[in-house]
Design a binder for this molecule. Sequence first.
Ligand code: NAP
Length: 260
Amino acid sequence: MAEEARNGEATKRAVVTGASSGIGAASVRALVKDGWTVVALARREARLKALADELGPAVSYVACDITGEASTQAAVDRILEAGPVKALVNCAGAAFGKDPVATASLDDWRGMYELNVIGTLRITQKLLPALKQAPGGGTVLVISSTAGIEPYEGGAGYCASKFAERVMARVLRLEQIGEPVRVIDIAPGMVETDEFSLKRFGGDAARAAAVYAGVPSPLKAEDIAECVTWALAQPDTVDIDQIVVRPRAEGSYTKVYREA
Ligand SMILES: NC(=O)c1ccc[n+]([C@@H]2O[C@H](COP(=O)([O-])OP(=O)(O)OC[C@H]3O[C@@H](n4cnc5c(N)ncnc54)[C@H](OP(=O)(O)O)[C@@H]3O)[C@@H](O)[C@H]2O)c1
């Protein structure tokens, strides 16, 4: 983290979880372009290193599993030793399975709760005091989902976890009124990323591809990264409480236009 000593006084220093792929990696790229110094977090260190090599000294990284207490504490300690933090972008998350409530795997549900809800809560709690000490105040941002607004068949476990993530962000916002911290919830609809649907369907590429089949232009990770940088770029006293962003072709999860 030598580069961060150099940038130790930078006021725009962000931590991005889930930075090894998809929306998280795109957010790191966009934030760097917008003048931020970024600490990239995820479990796959080789991917984080590749991102840091690509983007140069503005990016450092720490391998971290946010479902693990010791791993997360060690990462937070390293981050805070290297300097102050102004923003936390909670992007790490996943869907596991798309089974009906009647037969869904308890392990899938447990995995989504552990990652999307408890993992996000864990790192947010650990970084909150430091965020509030940032000059001008800090920001907690979550990438939730429209799955946390409208549930759909087969999605109960994922939707429930994303409802919980959104409630956490909303209640944190209420509880921190008067404190120097913003809480921002970005809820994307369909975003075509390389791994999200593949992981959901246990590596079944055909099933993953079918999610986006015929949809003229699903959102790209870069579209969400743009929302992240824009929301963070507002004055410290302006809180973009919620952004709901979908492709034009998607009215809701169950109302999607597809070309034949
Ligand atoms: N794609 C969509 O359509 C969509 C729509 C709405 C919301 N979202 C949300 O946006 C976020 C990112 O999605 P995405 O499409 O970019 O998916 P993705 O490419 O699969 O990214 C998920 C990220 O989370 C990290 N991660 C997974 N488990 C982790 C753990 N235990 N500890 C730390 N990091 C972990 C992964 O890295 P490692 O495996 O290296 O740890 C990866 O970097 C998720 O929260 C997702 O629910 C996605």
